[in-house]
Design a protein around this ligand. Structure first.
Ligand code: BTN
Length: 275
């Protein structure tokens, strides 16, 4: 079981983290969101679970969260930004995870392990997903109130720990680096990294996030297909907007996309963006 005491030893006392560790929970996202709706919960509250019985990913997909292998956690944030920019929290979180993993993993192996981002918030190592992020915002009327940022990081899974549904697509830090990671230390150090940088970016410097994010983003300038929920669009990624949306060059039109699933695509002709 993840030990709150051990994690606390790695936490920088200056960062505003209020940690609660659960042995088992339905979903850290659901529990923290519900708690924050019922009563006043301070920003920086973090729920971490050894195991989730009903971990959820984007589009209500199941998120495998067994005991002993990963880090399944949710953060409560109240960034002082206009709600038009809440997508930047998604992007910041993905960027922070990638930057942190590159730094920690590189230090241990002495050679670079490139971590890249699939917009909006998937974290990949060598083409396989190592972490996912799920963000839920709460509004009080038109007023943005709080958001819960859920993060699932695969740490010590071996191939057979993943179900056959995701075995080909998923990876873990163990599989990517060949070593078992101390989850308490990794988590404590990530919290320090996340909140130290969060304080730098929000609210003063959040306009830097799309620029930093793009440096780690995969499929830049490549033909892609994107499933948005309501439509399927093809084009080439041009950039990320100041609000964190994807700007897609679809030949004669440019589209701004708020969320969706990206798939790489082979194009017959560079000018043919239609389907
Ligand atoms: C995705 O890639 O689809 C997002 C996955 C997010 C999983 C995390 S694990 C902690 C938190 N609790 C959940 O139920 N989901 C998020």
């Amino acid at each position: 079981m993840l030990s709150q005491e051990k994690i606390t030893k790695f936490l920088n006392p200056a960062i505003p983290v209020h940690l609660k560790v659960f042995e088992e929970i339905s979903s850290t996202n659901e529990a923290l969101f519900h708690e924050a709706q019922q009563k006043k919960v301070p920003p920086g509250t973090v729920y971490l679970a050894e195991r989730q019985k009903a971990g959820r990913g984007r589009l209500n997909r199941k998120w495998e969260s067994p005991a002993g292998t990963g880090l399944w956690f949710s953060l409560l944030l109240k960034p002082k930004i206009n709600y038009h920019y809440t997508n930047l929290i998604n992007l910041y979180t993905a960027y922070a995870l990638a930057a942190f993993l590159e730094r920690e993993v590189c230090t241990v192996l002495g050679r670079p392990v490139v971590v890249d981002l699939k917009w909006p918030n998937d974290v990949y190592i060598r083409g396989q997903k190592v972490a996912g992020i799920l963000l839920k915002s709460n509004f009080n009327g038109p007023q943005f109130d709080f958001m819960v940022v859920g993060i699932g990081l695969n740490v010590n899974q071996r191939l057979n720990d993943f179900s056959s549904d995701i075995r080909q697509k998923a990876t873990s830090l163990l599989l990517a680096t060949g070593r078992v990671w101390n989850r308490e230390k990794l988590f404590g150090r990530f919290m320090n990294f996340y909140f130290e940088n969060y304080q730098h970016f929000f609210p003063a410097n959040f306009s830097q996030i799309p620029v930093l994010y793009q440096q780690k983003m995969s499929f830049s300038s490549q033909p892609i297909r994107i499933q948005t929920g309501t439509e399927e669009v093809c084009g080439k990624i041009e950039s990320i907007s100041p609000e964190g949306y994807l700007i897609l060059n679809c030949g004669n039109v440019t589209k701004t996309i708020a969320t969706g699933d990206i798939f790489p695509q082979q194009m017959e002709s560079a000018d043919d963006f239609s389907r």
